[in-house]
Design a protein around this ligand. Structure first.
Ligand code: PMP
Ligand code: GLN
Length: 391
């Protein structure tokens, strides 16, 4: 009964792996959600909103408090100025922002460039819009953006490029040089860019997140999407938004009004009230906490025998298991859940042009308490310490 255009996508890998983890009592490092709470001040701000009458539909394009706070934040972190009422829109999570942007801008027959491995909603939303993706594969282990491969993916039907930085699942934070390649190609072919920057505040060491909208000539052709879910560890609140020039934001809004009309008023009002109060120290602490979790997981996975791509950003690690097993990523992840009670994501489904690129990789999430990460590492070590751990 499922519509033909959705048939190829089935049930998302996140739903399937979290379900399998629960069924087998495995430690869930698959789906990216924290197993700890976000800041109490945000909970209190939402509570205040709930008790002060913010309980009916809010402005469709975004609660005034939240669009104002977002415009302020983008100015604060990137020096970019967006009119809160015309160049910002709020959604039920970044997922809805992505869907609304693609549905609101694309026509059947249009093409969109996607880098793979991709976040799974991009190809599905292109299909919903009747558009055709054209893939550029980022190759293990560097996952660098290559100019000639990007140029080869563009033709006269191409309308847009979807760029995710910091990048799920590779952990890449694309460099200025790589972003300049995307910007050059976008400008040369008059394309617009959907910049998915939901992990904007999760970068490590020397990696610096650069908004592609801040590069010369890109503000007018970039719609930037972000989310409070990752930065404040409340993935279930679904607070997403976009910023961009009015022609792109109003197209996303044209779809948004018929998808959900508006997001949850008290949650968006509460986050809008709290956002301007979040100190620089909060963001520094967030990064410091994630740096520790990343070290623990990377060190543990290396000790087990994985070849680890140390992430520059996000809360995901890609690990190559070629020395440990000859199974495929799907078989190996299911085996690990059943036999060793650790759940990770098999990433081959994040590739459509070259799925072999993902067949010997697993994605582990470290948005978990250090005890959770340590328990998962201990389970894996118990297996690896055996005389003949190969499967
Ligand atoms: N984009 C990427 C790259 C993500 O990893 C996620 C996380 N689920 C989203 C978008 C969706 O964010 P949200 O939970 O706000 O819908
Ligand atoms: N973004 C999260 C991840 O990559 C999960 C999102 C989802 O469950 N759809 O794990």
């Amino acid at each position: 009964m499922v519509a033909d255009r959705l048939e190829p996508f089935g049930t998302t890998i996140f739903t399937r792996m979290s379900h399998l983890a629960a069924e087998h009592g495995a430690i869930n490092l698959s789906q990216g959600f924290p197993d700890f709470e976000g800041p109490t001040a945000l909970i209190e701000a939402v509570e205040t909103a709930l008790r002060s009458g913010e309980n009916q539909y809010c402005r469709s394009q975004g609660h005034p408090a939240l669009v104002t706070a977002i415009s302020g934040n983008v100015e604060r972190f990137y020096g970019l100025s967006y009119d809160p009422m015309r160049e910002v829109a709020c959604f039920h999570g970044a997922t809805e922002a992505i869907a609304a942007t693609l549905l609101g801008t694309l026509n059947p027959g249009d093409e969109v460039v996607l880098f793979e491995p991709f976040y799974d909603s991009y190809p599905a939303c292109c299909a919903l819009a009747g558009a055709t993706p054209s893939y550029v594969t980022l190759r293990y282990p560097e996952f660098r953006i290559d100019r000639s491969r990007l140029e080869a993916a563009v033709n006269e039907r191409t309308r847009a490029i979807v760029l995710n930085t910091p990048h799920n699942p590779t952990g890449r934070v694309f460099s200025r040089d790589e972003l300049l390649i995307v910007a050059d190609v976008a400008k040369a072919h008059d394309l617009w860019v959907l910049a998915d920057e939901v992990y904007e505040h999760l970068t490590f060491d020397d990696a610096k997140h650069i908004c592609i909208a801040s590069l010369p000539g890109m503000r007018e052709r970039t719609i930037t999407i972000s989310s409070a879910g990752k930065t404040f560890s409340f993935t279930g609140w679904k607070v997403g938004w976009c910023t961009g020039p009015e022609h792109l934001v109003s197209s996303a809004q044209a779809a948004h009004q018929f998808l959900t009309f508006c997001a949850s008023s008290p949650i968006h009002a509460g986050v809008g009230a709290a956002l301007p109060m979040v100190t620089d120290a909060y963001y520094d602490q967030l990064r410091a906490d994630y740096r520790r979790r990343r070290s623990l997981l990377v060190k543990g996975l290396k000790q087990v025998g994985f070849d680890v791509v140390v992430p520059e950003g996000t809360y995901f690690v890609l690990a190559h298991f070629g020395k440990l097993s000859s199974l495929s990523d799907v078989e190996f992840s299911e085996w690990l859940i059943r036999e060793h009670k650790v759940a990770a994501i098999p990433p081959s489904g994040f590739y459509l042009a070259e799925p072999e690129e993902g067949r010997r990789l697993l994605r582990f999430a470290f948005c978990k308490n250090e005890e959770t990460i340590q328990s998962a590492v201990d389970n894996l070590k118990r297996w690896a310490d055996r005389e003949d751990p190969a499967v």
